[in-house]
Design a protein around this ligand. Structure first.
Ligand code: HOC
Length: 378
């Protein structure tokens, strides 16, 4: 199969993975309206083609939270990444480091912090959920700091898990799920041997080290419900601040008032995100939410955005709407599932070359020159 875009990697991942895993990463919450809007709203933004602008060599470099990055992109925290390829977090982290962009380790990863850290030639970022067990959170923050992490991505849009109907159809969860997954593994022997058996994906590295939990996929939503804290409030940020001296980035902001509040409570940055359409179906797409948020915080906070990004053109669109950087989630996981570390590195190369073309043809020589003027106003 010839692979020339993230769409091709999606199809390759669909072939490689047992259906329960493909649909887990591909799907969203409820009827998946927001999942679809994320992609469609970005695609519908017309880039403003300009010509004869003497652009020459395009400079994609940027700085995010004091770190130099070779393009304004980071790999998003994706729970269970190690289910998509053997010790998947390590492979993705290596690919990110080789391309000069940050890798964000999810707190519900398969590989623990200590396993990923030696694979990095630059500091990784670490993502944390609010668990009821504050001891777990404190322990995770200490381990992350000891591993050289200085940027914390604190996910605030999952006080309760959104229902994923697709997971019940695919066998990820629901009736007879364990049997259905076993059958699917039998028909996908390459995945079953390489990842299912040799990859030990049932240990949640960071969580097991403290809580001793293994994942029972058929009820992972129940597990999230039991362990995540629905009573999280702004005051909890003060608690985090006591234990965290590095940059703090709040992920899951969709409203300008929440963005301003994040600044008031000491955040250094935010991620404009609806969790890839996996939480509350029916909310605004990131592309629609971003401009008002960028206007509201006006340079006080670093703004990252995700949800729906499938190409370098989408990265340029989000930069044009006011983001300083963009997180890639599904786009890298499809490639990881299809081709491991090399696939992720290839996706980052694709994103960079698509950005170069988009910037040249919208007349931007550097990332800082991409602005709302890079889009056609309709
Ligand atoms: C058992 C843990 O953010 C998602 C993730 C949460 C994954 C937790 C699974 O699925 O959106």
């Amino acid at each position: 199969m010839i692979i020339s875009s993230t769409h091709d990697y999606r199809l390759a991942a669909k072939r490689r993975l047992p259906p329960f895993l493909f649909h887990y990463i591909d799907g969203g919450a409820y009827d998946e309206h927001t999942l679809a809007r994320n992609v469609a709203d970005l695609r519908d933004l017309a880039l403003r083609q300009r010509v004869l602008k003497e652009v020459g060599e395009v400079d994609l470099s940027a700085r995010l939270f004091g770190e130099a990055v070779s393009l304004p992109v980071a790999l998003a925290p994706v729970g269970l990444t190690g289910m998509f390829a053997r010790r998947g977090e390590v492979q993705a982290a290596r690919a990110a480091a080789s391309r000069g962009v940050p890798f964000t380790l999810s707190s519900v990863s398969v590989c623990p912090i200590e396993e990923v850290q030696p694979a990095m030639t630059r500091p990784m970022w670490f993502q944390l959920y609010v668990l009821r067990d504050r001891g777990f959170m404190k322990n995770a923050l200490e381990r992350a700091w000891a591993a050289g992490v200085r940027t914390l991505v604190f996910t605030v849009d999952m006080p309760v898990p959104g229902a994923r109907y697709r997971d019940r159809h695919s066998g990820m969860s629901g009736p007879f799920a364990a049997w259905r997954r076993m059958l699917q593994a039998v028909t996908h022997p390459r995945w079953a041997w390489d990842v299912g058996l040799r990859g030990r994906p049932h240990d949640l590295g960071n969580v097991s080290a403290y809580l001793g939990h293994r994942i029972h996929l058929e009820d992972y939503i129940g597990w999230l419900g039991e362990n995540f804290d629905p009573s999280i409030g702004w005051r909890d940020l003060e608690w985090i601040r006591e234990y965290w001296q590095g940059a703090m980035v709040l992920k899951g902001i969709l409203d300008p008032e929440d963005a301003r509040e994040a600044g008031r409570f000491g955040a250094d940055g935010i991620v404009v995100s609806n969790h890839g359409g996996r939480q509350l179906d029916g909310v605004l797409s990131s592309a629609r939410a971003l401009p008002a948020i960028a206007d509201a915080v006006q340079g006080d906070l670093t703004i990252l955005a995700d949800s729906g990004v499938r190409s370098g053109l989408d990265v340029v669109r989000l930069l044009a709407l006011g983001a300083d950087g963009v997180l890639l989630g599904r786009a890298f996981v499809y490639a990881l599932a299809a081709a491991g570390e090399q696939g992720v590195a290839h996706v980052l190369d694709l994103i960079a070359s698509e950005m170069r073309v988009a910037m040249t043809l919208t007349g931007a020589q550097a990332v800082g020159e991409v602005s709302r003027e890079s889009l056609v106003r309709v």
